[in-house]
Design a protein around this ligand. Structure first.
Ligand code: ZN
Length: 126
């Protein structure tokens, strides 16, 4: 490539900058980089999710397991939340079939952690 060719290329690349903040969100009319729609939608979904927390002892050893159901999450997000709850409780647990199980009676900690995350869990069962 010639020196002129390189100069042209440099000049061109200087012009090809993508303007930012020009497209606006149809939901909130804010520039897309300032849009909070997805976050607000997620927050609403969390608040309105029918999350239930209960202790299941039948067929379980020891103190049973704390079960969380009704979370509006896909499998990967459920696993991530299970990890968060396990850490908060200092306890083992699993995420499967759309629900989370934490070893032992951890209802108080699980409820508090879910509330911190924006959920409105309800205690169910005994
Ligand atoms: Zn928006």
């Amino acid at each position: 490539m010639t020196k002129k060719g390189l100069a042209d290329l440099a000049g061109l690349s200087g012009l090809v900058t993508v303007p930012s903040g020009e497209r606006t969100c149809p939901g909130c009319a804010q520039p897309l980089d300032r849009c909070r729609c997805a976050a607000e939608q997620e927050a609403r979904a969390r608040r309105s999710a029918p999350v239930r927390v209960w202790l299941e002892t039948s067929g379980r050893r020891g103190k049973g397991v704390t079960v969380v159901k009704g979370l509006p999450l896909d499998a990967a997000a459920l696993v991530a939340l299970a990890a968060q709850l396990k850490a908060a409780c200092g306890s083992g647990g699993t995420a499967k079939d759309g629900q989370i199980e934490i070893q032992g009676d951890r209802r108080d900690t699980v409820m508090a952690t879910l509330q911190q995350l924006g959920y409105a869990p309800k205690r169910a069962g005994g």
